[in-house]
Write a protein that binds this ligand. Structure first.
Ligand code: GAR
Length: 196
């Protein structure tokens, strides 16, 4: 039986789209059963609805505290019998209380080659700004298991992407998505689901 996947999102959801598009080809051992957003305006929710996938919105400000927010998330995930959780542009750091509830069952995609440009404060465009500022010539993406250390869990897959003359953070972000994230994430999800 295909494993039940929940994808947690905050924004545009292009990585969610890559997972949706991979279903039935690259991704066979798992099926996206639920998309959860921590932002009611996340375009990712539209992508899920278009694909006929159930959605939920859990807002920290409605829960009152980060702890209550995580409790609500866990309730939603457990009620839906979720096997694997994929953080795809989910811009909230999860504490040990949450991560230890799902050992080796949470995956995250990060837009750099960990351990470079990662950890608290490194998310989205900021990662690419810092890579360009540092002057690295190669960056990429990493899919890793999530534990209590931000971006510190075991690495599942990585793919390198070259920096080119004239790159801006936006151009680089797009290339890292196209050449690495959108390919790597469905492959890693399949690998983890197949091994479960
Ligand atoms: C992606 O580049 C993802 O790797 C990054 O945010 C973007 C979300 O885009 N995640 C992080 O920086 C997490 N630390 P998307 O909503 O279009 O998938």
């Amino acid at each position: 039986m295909a494993k039940k996947i929940a994808v947690l999102v905050s924004g545009g959801g292009t990585n969610l789209q890559a997972l949706i598009d991979a279903q039935g080809s690259v991704l066979n051992s798992g099926k996206i059963a639920l998309v959860v957003a921590n932002n009611a305006n996340a375009y990712a929710l539209e992508r899920a609805k278009k694909a006929g996938i159930d959605t939920a919105v859990v807002l920290k400000k409605e829960c009152g505290s980060h702890e209550a927010f995580e409790t609500k998330l866990m309730e939603v995930l457990d009620e839906n019998g979720i096997d694997i959780i994929i953080l795809a542009g989910f811009m909230t750091i999860l504490t040990e209380r949450f991560t230890s509830h799902y050992p080796k069952r949470i995956l995250n995609v990060h837009p750099s080659l960990i351990p470079s440009f990662c950890g608290e404060g490194y998310y989205g465009l900021r990662v690419h700004e810092e890579a360009l500022k540092y002057g690295v010539k190669v960056t990429g993406a990493t899919v890793h298991f999530v534990n209590e250390i931000p971006d510190g869990g075991e690495i599942i897959a990585q793919k390198a992407v070259y920096i080119e003359d004239g790159d801006t953070p936006e151009i680089l972000q797009r290339r890292v998505m196209e050449q690495a994230e959108w390919i790597l994430l469905p492959q890693a999800a399949e690998k983890v689901c197949a091994a479960l």
